[in-house]
Design a protein around this ligand. Structure first.
Ligand code: GDP
Ligand code: IMO
Ligand code: MG
Length: 426
């Protein structure tokens, strides 16, 4: 199975880091690749009780023998990249190879300035972004005034491109947002300061990965963000500015869809979301507070409390469909150990009509009321379970029911944050 995609099937933070780590340690993986997003991601890995978090780097950076790749679809803040690398090196982590696409777009400090200013101007309509400059960097890319990693290696070209980018941005900053304009010299100097460290890492990553696949080597594409945050398929406009769905892997890495063998959607046994936007199963009561507390639902990148709700099978089926999932990894089943009765959303009521698929319009989704089926809880700690048969009967029933309604078979179930705290089903 040489090419595997791991992606978020809900609103992010499903446990993609753990899934990547699990796959990378159970079978030798040659390359772990990020293909979209930037340092807005926060992926946690727990190895022998020690916790690591990666943001821009794929969590495969911690896998011995694997080369990490930052694909062309990623937006790269050189400052964040080296800060993250240095922090890992300081902890004494042995880091494998790292390759950055020459075509990846660069996030400079003005992108995060614009991100924050824009959010402030949106007021009550704000997206709740991570403030890392992700949206403005992708906007520049699509507007064709972005700066790519390769541009940093030619000072003349870099200056021209920064001038073109700031031409528009400075007008906005000064005239609309009432802020000070950004100096071209300062941005050029900022970006040039990373050139020496960056140069040896940069390559044509599409060629590298296609050659690797031709040689039968194993490539793991580690998704960031999630299906419901996808700029096309998510809850627009409350989304990120990239394509975290399976299709985005192909454009974000420069590999064709025919090369992908497995597409694993990671989903929690309940649901969380950070930032604004619709969330039909969101809980505002004690159950929500308990999911948040027991699940430790606090953002890895921003420290924000995650909104919590029950599992939503409509979202799961939608994810299975738009990503062509071959399987799911269900995480955090252990968190549900203290409930007597666990609701699962099996459909929505929208303006008096029962629907079982994601509605066509955002307005309908905003009006969606969850319809629940109820399952008996198991009331015990399952973190020691290592096989399906080890799970209490009611937990088995819950997993099987979710599998039946989610649109793709379940590959494994997480019963704790540690790599070994997993029940592999098939
Ligand atoms: P990612 O962004 O998808 O990689 O997920 P995050 O790292 O942001 O959030 C997932 C959190 O759940 C992390 O703290 C993980 O250590 C933790 N986690 C992952 N799988 C499990 C599981 O099966 N059980 C429990 N209790 N925690 C888990
Ligand atoms: P991982 O990879 C959860 C959310 C933000 C905000 C919206 C837009 O750890 O699952 P952005 O800064 O991307 O423009 O913010 O997307 N968001 C995430 N939520 N997990 C993430 O990453 C996220 N990355 C972005 O909270 O609502
Ligand atoms: Mg996360």
């Amino acid at each position: 199975m040489p090419a595997i995609v791991v992606l978020g099937a809900q609103w992010g933070d499903e446990g993609k880091g753990k899934a990547t780590d699990l796959l990378a340690t159970s079978d030798p993986i040659d390359f772990v690749v990020r293909t979209s997003g930037g340092h807005n991601a926060g992926h946690t890995i727990v190895v022998d009780g020690e916790k690591f978090a990666t943001h821009l780097l794929p969590s495969g950076i911690l896998t011995p023998g694997a080369t990490s790749v930052i694909g062309n679809g990623v937006v790269v803040s050189p400052e964040a990249l080296f800060a993250e690398l240095d922090a890992l090196l300081e902890r004494g982590v042995e880091i494998g190879g790292l390759v950055v696409s020459a075509n990846a777009h660069v996030i400079a400090s003005y992108h995060s300035t614009i991100d924050k200013v824009t959010e402030r101007f949106l007021g009550k309509n704000q997206i709740g972004t991570t403030g890392r400059g992700i949206g403005p960097a992708y906007a520049d890319k699509i507007s064709r005034v972005g700066i790519r990693v390769a541009d940093l290696f030619d000072e003349g070209i870099l200056r021209q491109k920064v001038e073109a980018a700031l031409d528009v941005r400075n007008q906005l900053l000064a005239k609309v947002y009432n802020r000070r304009a950004v100096s071209v010299d300062a941005v050029v100097a900022e970006l040039l300061s990373y050139v020496e460290r960056l140069r040896p890492l940069v390559a044509d990553t599409s060629l590298l990965l296609n050659n690797a696949l031709d040689e039968g080597r194993t490539v793991l594409f580690e998704g960031a963000q999630a299906t419901m945050l996808d700029v096309d398929h998510g809850t627009y406009p409350f989304v990120t500015s990239s394509s975290p769905v399976a299709g985005g892997v192909c454009t974000g890495a420069g590999v064709g869809p025919t090369r992908i063998d497995r597409v694993i959607g990671v989903a929690k046994a309940y649901t969380t979301r950070v930032g604004s936007g619709p969330f039909p199963t969101e809980l505002f009561d004690e159950d929500g507070a308990n999911l948040q507390r027991i699940g430790g639902e606090i953002g890895v990148s921003t420290g924000r409390t995650r909104r919590c709700g029950w599992y939503d099978a409509v979202v799961a089926r939608y994810s299975a469909r738009v990503n062509g999932l071959t399987e799911f990894f269900l995480t955090k089943l252990d968190v549900l150990g203290s409930w007597e009765r666990i609701p699962v959303c099996v459909g929505y009521e929208i303006d008096g009509v029962r629907v079982e698929e994601m509605p066509m319009t955002q307005t309908e989704f905003h009006h969606a009321r969850p319809l629940y089926e109820f399952f008996d809880g198991w009331g015990s700690d399952i973190s020691g379970c290592r096989s399906f048969e080890d799970l209490p009967k009611n937990a088995q029933v819950y997993v099987k029911a979710l599998e039946e309604m989610s649109g793709a078979p379940f590959w494994a179930v997480g019963v704790g944050p540690g790599r070994e705290e997993t029940v592999v089903l098939r």
